[in-house]
Design a binder for this molecule. Structure first.
Ligand code: COA
Length: 323
């Protein structure tokens, strides 16, 4: 049993904060931020539930399925709107979903963790999952700290996933966690993000490369066969270093961080949806998602792209889906 992608959707707050805006309140410059991170602007505002629901609604529309046909909602977030209940409860209500729902916190690797969790559940009887990554990191950012304030943003991205007989689109994955590194990037309950940027950078490149390689090895796929790399959108230099070490052309990486900043669990679905909507994928292309985050967590997933609206989907010779 496997899974396939039926639809995708994204949401960003309306409010744009540019590097020039930050220059007015912080001892920083557009030149420094672009040079050291690749970020030019980020979006800020709304609640995690609102962004998750907006992205989820678009994904359902794109998939052409009813909210009532969803068996399970998985919301990857590191910025829930409150401690109890889970933010997925508000998203479930807003969308009129059926079935269960839960939040998942694996920091910026959350979307890949959610994808792997969804895959396991779809392989064991769940029929359809709405997987969302959504964040309002602006609420836990110290806007007076130039070390972190320039890096983060808010947003959401979602996929509708359905079970299929046969292999499906997820070919291999790798998940990991090194709890020894939990203090290099953290926020206490009610507090703001504290980060040792250099240490995170160094470890991020290493874990992403190792995790991506393990995933490729498991599927017996070579790096040069990857059509699209969808990395966590934290820093363009981390992405370029990972591409170079993996032997994947930099041009093959999906990039939205210049417009969004680091949106944690939302960053991989935002970059993935942008690449799909830009026509960068053709049926059969191999896509490698790879992320890292606080914990320190990491996760990679290798997918074979298939447009749900065309062609033959894995496991369904006529490309049909249940509804
Ligand atoms: N504007 C101007 N100068 C800044 C600045 C800013 N916004 N932020 C930091 N600086 C300064 C530092 O204070 C330091 O000054 P010093 O040398 O006088 O101490 C100098 O710039 C260089 O700092 P450094 O840490 O060496 O820069 P860097 O090249 O490592 O880039 C990061 C800093 C944070 C952009 C980079 O380390 C990074 O992206 N790390 C990973 C962070 C990350 O991905 N976090 C999320 C993980 S999910």
């Amino acid at each position: 049993m496997g899974m396939r992608i039926l639809g995708w959707g994204t949401a960003l707050p309306d409010k744009v904060v540019t590097n020039e805006d930050l220059e007015r309140t912080l001892d920083t410059s557009d030149e420094w931020i672009v040079d050291r991170s690749g970020i030019r602007e980020r979006r800020i505002g709304e609640s995690t539930a609102a962004l998750a629901a907006a992205a989820g609604r678009k994904a359902l529309e794109r998939a052409g399925v009813e909210a009532s046909s969803i068996d399970l909602l998985i919301l990857a977030t590191t910025t829930p709107d409150q401690t109890v209940p889970a933010t997925s409860a508000a998203v479930h209500r807003a969308l009129g979903l059926a079935g269960g729902g839960f939040d998942l916190n694996a920091a910026c690797s959350g979307f890949v963790y959610g994808l792997v969790a969804a895959h396991g559940l779809l392989a064991t009887g769940t029929r359809r999952v709405l997987l969302v990554g959504a964040e309002t990191l602006s609420r836990i950012t110290d806007w007076s700290d130039r070390n972190t304030a320039v890096l983060f943003g808010d947003g959401g991205g979602a996929l509708v996933l359905e079970h299929v007989p046969g292999e499906g689109q997820l070919l291999a994955f790798d998940l990991g966690l090194d709890g020894e590194a939990r203090e290099i990037l953290m926020a206490d309950v009610g507090g703001t993000i504290q980060m040792d940027g250099r240490e995170v950078f160094k470890r991020a490149v290493r874990v992403v490369v190792e995790s991506a390689k393990r995933t490729l090895d498991r599927a017996k796929v070579r790096a040069d066969e990857i059509k699209l790399l969808v990395p966590h959108q934290a820093n363009i230099r981390i992405i370029q270093a990972a591409c170079d070490r993996l032997g994947i052309d930099r041009e093959r990486a999906a990039i939205v961080l210049d417009r969004t900043g680091n949106t944690s669990s939302a960053s991989i679905p935002l970059a993935f949806a942008d690449a799909i909507d830009s026509g960068r994928l053709e049926d059969g292309d191999l896509v490698l998602m790879t992320g890292f985050g606080a914990g320190m967590t990491w996760g990679s997933a290798l997918l074979r792209w298939q447009d749900p609206g065309t062609g033959t989907l894995p496991g369904r010779e006529d490309g049909s889906h249940d509804d």
